[in-house]
Design a protein around this ligand. Structure first.
Ligand code: ATP
Ligand code: MN
Length: 463
């Protein structure tokens, strides 16, 4: 018999009174000497399906291996439930035990484990309510992202994960090599001879698909990337991963204002989509982790983001009378505490901070007429801090070269990037959204390790 996903069993009222087959993992079993109740979950929804085993039909012995974590196929009549807490239940007629889960050994035998404990059991944690909910929200958000861009005529561009350009992430890139670390080939001068490496040059994992994204945008008009990025930054914070996913739209003919409009519309769309399609999971997360979750999500949806130049932001921070751990003055890179003060205390709304000092931003950002700030835009969110970083790009070849020389950026492998400014250059803009930061915001979780199935952080790549 074909099985029905539990989410569909709950949704399809016409199934009541028919025979159905459900498959899943046992969350709990309880009952008395007349009847046993099994809560079955198959991952398709936060809600468990109740299976009723009448002990006139089944013996204790039949059921003794039906323990938490074991896996079942059950066939029986779907009926309206008499009990509280569920709408329908299956009156079991037959079942097959796929696999047992020894209660002595199964790590999720008990409920209520801490998130820290579950991080140690990352290979199993998706079987819990919490991680099931988070991963369903994550998947739904990924779909919303593709849908948003697809509806607006953006093309999905796959940029390389292995790159030979090290101009952006110098110092925080993971090296890619097939050379034997115990026997590195040397040039006559005694340097490591990268020409003998797999790609014939020094290569790394990408820190961003943007530069290649610009090649796409200056050909296809509007593109977005959505893929993994790698940063060997040794920052053990609740907001940084060594391997994270980034969405990077890049648009020809967009100026900084178009870029801000798109960023705001984009995050609101994703949040709205999750609220609509993950209501049960969000309600669960709200109840267990973050009582203000839905309220905060609606608040972001319903309010315009503040748009504020960096210089103004610095003035507000200086005049706040607040003692920050990192002192504030014009020219500093804002720390999370500064970002959160602006968003959570001063404006009480998401803030798009623009026109940063050129010295703290990347070389490719368009220089303003003042000669000291660039057309950058960071979107700052409550609880998260920076969720998006973007800019209008410098489209002028000479000005771009000027910045490159000023910063002594090794551009010898970057001639292809400069060609966008040599041949048919156009005004263009783009930004990067850290996918896990969005998932953090929408789920109300507080540690980025809990919103990706298999987190990679310093000293941790077990699962
Ligand atoms: P931060 O200051 O928070 O380290 P960044 O300035 O290095 O961020 P960008 O290089 O602008 O970030 O990257 C674009 C987006 O990618 C950021 O706005 C953020 O959402 C996300 N991001 C950056 N680094 C990480 C990381 N290590 N782990 C997860 N997400 C990240
Ligand atoms: Mn960073």
């Amino acid at each position: 018999m074909k099985h029905t996903k539990i989410v569909d069993i709950f949704k399809q009222s016409e199934l009541v009174g028919t025979k159905v087959c459900a498959k899943g993992w046992v969350r709990t079993r309880r009952g008395n000497k007349y009847v046993q109740f099994v809560a079955l979950n198959d991952g398709s929804t936060i809600h468990n399906l109740q299976i009723v085993f009448d002990l006139q039909k089944f013996s204790d012995d039949d059921l003794k291996l039906v323990t938490t974590g074991s896996s079942l196929c059950v066939v029986g009549q779907l009926v309206e439930s008499q009990g509280r807490g569920q709408s329908v239940e299956i009156q079991a007629e037959s079942f097959e035990l796929y696999g047992t889960a020894d209660p002595e050994a199964y790590p999720l035998q008990k409920k209520g484990h801490t998130l820290e404990f579950l991080r140690e059991k990352a290979h199993l944690r998706m079987r819990t309510n919490t991680f099931g909910a988070v991963m369903r929200v994550r998947s739904t958000l990924a779909f919303a992202i593709h849908r948003f861009f697809n509806e607006r005529g953006f093309f999905y561009l796959n940029t390389p994960l292995i790159t030979a350009s090290d101009c952006e992430g110098a110092g925080e890139m993971f090296q890619v090599t097939t050379l034997d670390p115990n026997n590195m080939p040397r040039t006559e001068e005694g340097e490591i001879d990268w020409a003998q490496d797999f790609f014939g040059k020094f290569t790394s994992l990408t820190v961003s698909g943007q530069l290649e994204g610009e090649l796409g945008a200056t050909a296809l008009g509007s593109i977005y990337t959505f893929g993994p990025t790698f940063r060997a930054e040794n920052s053990n914070t609740p907001r940084h991963l060594a391997e994270f996913w980034m969405i990077e739209p890049e648009m020809a003919f967009y100026d900084i204002t178009d870029n801000m409009d798109l960023a705001e519309e984009f995050v609101k769309y994703c949040i709205g989509y999750a609220l609509e399609h993950c209501a049960d999971d969000i309600a669960f997360l709200e109840e267990h982790f973050d009582k203000e979750l839905t309220q905060r999500l609606h608040f972001v949806l319903e309010n315009d983001f503040v748009r504020l130049p960096y210089t103004e932001g610095i003035r507000i921070l200086e005049e706040s009378g607040r003692k920050f751990e990192f002192p504030v003055k014009w020219g500093i890179d804002l720390q999370s505490e500064h970002e959160r003060y602006l968003v959570e205390e001063h404006f009480k709304r998401p803030v798009i901070l623009t026109d940063y000092p050129k010295d703290i931003k990347a070389f490719y950002m368009k220089l303003n007429d003042d000669g000291r700030t660039v057309r950058a835009m960071d979107v700052l969110f409550p609880k998260i801090g920076e969720i998006i970083g973007g800019s209008e790009r410098e489209a002028d070849y000479d000005k771009l070269m000027g910045r490159i020389e000023e910063l002594h950026i090794p551009m010898k492998d970057m001639w292809w990037y400069l060609d966008t400014r040599r041949f048919g250059t156009v005004p263009h803009s783009g930004f990067g959204l850290g996918f896990e930061r969005l998932v953090l915001f929408v789920t109300g979780m507080t540690n980025i390790r809990d919103v990706i199935p298999f987190p990679r952080t310093p000293k941790n790549a077990e699962f």
